[in-house]
Write a protein that binds this ligand. Structure first.
Ligand code: IPE
Ligand code: IPE
Ligand code: MG
Length: 242
């Protein structure tokens, strides 16, 4: 049983398996992404109902540009559809939306809709829903290093004062005040991070489920959270023994 008093503060999800879900049904890949958006809607709703503070999802990676133009533009169109359909409900549920990554390259129409969503939800105080778009952890770290180097050059920071906290604070997560994820869930049976939160995952619990993202229901989500609650997190320490 899920213990509502021991919920993770920050849940991160690699939403994978849309393409395989579509292929299994002999449908075009974009139909898989469409089904995946529906899963995302339901998981956001459930995360908010469960009182989770931060939910970060991996929606499009810096490497996903390698896919066909048709698939990439299909994903962006679906994203716009998602925010248009869900914005009212997100606001009603007091959800704040943020984007981690550069969505500049996704075209004006996408950028406008996303900017509106960020603006309209910026004062909401409930679930903080972070969508990683054109996100790559190495890109995020590179940007952080550049920003830190600039501060050193401008005399705002001494190189010997750079700590782990300095680095964390310059990542998209740190800049937004989002803590490291307690748990990273990846659907579809793949067991790798694919350039997701490589710095922040130092002590995250990893949960891999074979369920394809479009089949990942709120019930499956609760199962993953139960598995998280069964884990023994030690952070390098050890339990007191008699
Ligand atoms: C995840 O599903 C969504 C994105 C990466 C955009 P995939 O499209 O990677 O689905 P599979 O892995 O091919 O099944
Ligand atoms: C990771 O999935 C990125 C997203 C879910 C957005 P991919 O499907 O792109 O990752 P690989 O290629 O299997 O590692
Ligand atoms: Mg994939």
């Amino acid at each position: 049983m899920l213990d509502i008093n021991r919920m993770p503060v920050h849940v991160a999800i690699i939403m994978d398996g849309n393409g395989r879900w579509a292929e299994k049904r002999k449908l075009p890949r974009v139909m898989g992404h469409n089904a995946g958006m529906k899963s995302m809607t339901e998981i956001v709703r459930r995360a908010s109902d469960l009182g989770i503070k931060y939910l970060t999802v991996y929606a499009f990676s810096t490497e996903n540009w390698k896919r066909s133009k048709e698939e990439v533009s299909g994903i962006f169109k679906l994203l716009v559809k998602y925010v248009d359909l869900e914005l009212d409900e997100l606001c009603r549920n007091n959800v704040r939306v943020r984007i981690f990554g550069d969505y500049e390259g996704m075209g004006e129409a996408v950028k406008d809709r996303l900017d509106k969503t960020l603006g309209d939800t910026k004062d909401n105080t409930g679930l903080e829903f972070n969508i990683c778009l054109d996100y790559g952890s190495r890109d995020e770290m590179t940007k952080a290093v550049r920003a830190i180097a600039r501060e050193v050059k401008d005399g705002e920071l001494k190189s010997e004062d750079i700590t782990e906290e300095t680095i964390s604070a310059h990542l998209f997560t740190g800049l937004a005040g989002v803590p490291d994820p307690d748990v990273i869930i990846r659907t579809s049976g793949e067991e790798r991070l694919s350039n997701f939160l490589l710095w922040q995952c130092a002590y995250s619990e990893m949960i891999f489920t074979p369920v394809l993202w479009p089949d990942y229901t709120p019930e499956e989500f609760e199962k993953s959270l139960e598995e998280f609650q069964s884990r023994d997190r030690r952070f390098g320490g050890r339990k007191e023994t008699k």
